[in-house]
Design a protein around this ligand. Structure first.
Ligand code: 9YT
Length: 133
């Protein structure tokens, strides 16, 4: 069993900052459980274009208000505490943070923690070296 708090992660290499958000990675690929779990804060007034070509992501809002745009259909969805979206089709999407947004994110496959968005908002598919060698 692993028990970990957000306070223990802040300021470590599990606390990753990007221009529009910071992501605190509570569970990563190194835990070898098939998913990663992140506490992500999107900065007030920011807009993040994303496309997880290699991953499925579920995102659950626990703080703030925003707007999610499906960039493939133009559909817009309000985001508020209690809103979940699941990117089960690798959709291009944009998240607008009207206030600071705090989101709990689950990725499959798990992120290793080294990923940064490339110019398309994509995370590359990275894997941890297997403990079996
Ligand atoms: C909500 C969202 O997907 N933001 C991008 C950051 C990502 N969730 C991460 O790296 O934790």
């Amino acid at each position: 069993m692993i028990v970990r708090t957000l306070d223990e992660i802040v300021g470590t290499d599990r606390d990753v900052e990007a221009p529009t958000f910071k992501s605190r990675r509570l569970v990563l690929a190194q835990e070898q459980v098939g998913f990663s779990l992140h506490d992500t804060v999107l900065f007030a007034g920011s807009e993040t274009n994303m496309w997880y070509a290699n991953h499925i992501e579920a995102v659950y809002c626990i703080e703030g208000t925003g707007e999610l745009v499906n960039d493939e259909t133009g559909e817009k969805h309000p985001v508020a505490p209690g809103t979940m979206y699941l990117l089960d089709g690798h959709e291009h999407h944009t998240l607008r943070a009207l206030t600071q947004l705090r989101m709990v994110c689950v990725f499959n496959p798990a992120l290793t923690g080294r990923e940064v968005h490339d110019e398309n908002g994509v995370y590359p598919l990275l894997t941890e070296p297997s403990s079996q060698g």
